[in-house]
Structures are given as C-alpha cells and as structure tokens.
Design a protein around this ligand. Structure first.
Ligand code: GDP
Ligand code: MG
Length: 177
C-alpha cells in the first residue's frame, strides 16, 4: 500500500475561538509548523491549516480554522463556525478579562455550530507564571461546569500544544467511529 493509494479517511473542521491576543494564531503556528511569533499581529493567521494525524492506524486530517483578527470587533461570522466538529476555546491565563469572555464565546459557538461540537477550554501562556491572573483550579472548574475538556498550554515554550489539538481530534474520532 503506497502513500498514493492511501485514502483520506477523515477530515475534521476545528475552530479556534477566544478574545484577541490570547495566542490562537500562535497555538496553530506552533502545532502545524513549530513556529512562534513574539510580536505577532492579527494578520499572521491563515484562513485554515490542514494537519495530518494518525489515530488507531487511520489517517485523520484536522482542518484547523483561525480568525483574521475579526474577533476584536466581535464579528466572527457564522461561516467560520459552520460544519465545525471541534473547538479550542482559548483564554490567556495572564488576563482575567479573556477568561471572563469564555461564556460569551461558548454561546456564540453553540449558536452557530452543532451543540455536540467537541470543545476544549485552553488556558494559554502558562509560561507567564509571575503574571498569572487565572488559577488552574478556576479553569478546571469552569470546564467541568460546562462539560468541556481542559488544558493549560504555552505556544511560546510548546508545552501541551500538540496534546490540546490531539485531545479534540481523538474525541471526535471516538464519537464518529
Ligand atoms: P490571537 O490574536 O489570539 O491570534 O493571538 P496571537 O497568536 O497573535 O498572540 C498574541 C500575542 O501573544 C503575540 O505577541 C504572541 O507572541 C503572544 N503569545 C502567544 N502565545 C503565547 C504564549 O504561550 N506565551 C507568551 N508569553 N506569549 C504568547
Ligand atoms: Mg490571530
């Protein structure tokens, strides 16, 4: 069975959601390209990036969507969410305001996509230990209350970034297979 013959078994649309500057684009850059932009502007994002993964010997493609900064204006369109089966709901552990916004993003996600979209709450910038404003316990508690997976990541030092995406993709795979 050559690579050419291998068929594409699954394609999952996954969306990145959360306030501006929480690190959505850098989480995707780290995961898909192992890159990090210390002074990134909202324009670095691509519309989506497709990443191949292997789960139980099956090739799975995660099509991961990033915003082009429109979340700053609360203007993420329904087309962005349409067809999504997974979501990373991202806040910045060093800015409480971004954690307080999670409820609003969750509402928006549920308004525009299937209620069963597999969602992980992601507390990004875990490297900023001295600037932490949201405890791990608070993140966990919110995730439990809303029925979400939970993880803290750092796009800067790479910790838990791949795991965060993999958790979502694995769960979708288990639900659909
Ligand atoms: P987005 O608006 O949510 O897409 O956020 P960006 O990915 O553009 O990141 C916003 C800013 O936060 C940039 O200056 C990044 O370099 C920075 N940033 C992103 N992730 C991390 C992280 O894990 N740790 C630290 N310290 N900075 C980060
Ligand atoms: Mg961005």
């Amino acid at each position: 069975n050559t690579e050419e013959e291998q068929t594409e078994d699954y394609l999952f649309k996954i969306v990145l959601v959360g306030d501006s500057a929480v690190g959505k684009s850098n989480l995707l850059a780290r995961f898909a390209r192992d890159e990090f932009y210390p002074n990134s502007k909202s324009t670095i994002g691509v519309e989506f990036q497709t990443q191949k993964m292997e789960i139980n010997g099956k090739e799975v493609k995660a099509q991961i969507w990033d915003t082009a900064g429109q979340e700053r204006f609360r203007a993420v369109t329904s087309a962005y969410y349409r067809g999504a089966v997974g979501a990373l709901l991202v806040y910045d552990i060093s800015r409480r305001q971004t954690f307080d916004s999670i409820g609003r993003w969750l509402n928006e996600l549920h308004t525009h996509s299937d209620m069963n979209v597999v969602t992980i709450l992601v507390g990004n910038k875990s490297d900023l230990k001295d600037a932490r404003e949201v405890t791990t316990a608070e993140g966990k508690a919110l995730a439990e209350a809303q029925g979400l997976f939970f993880i803290e990541t750092s796009a800067l030092d790479s910790s838990n970034v791949a795991i965060a995406f993999q958790m979502v993709v694995k769960e979708i795979y288990h639900i659909l297979s």
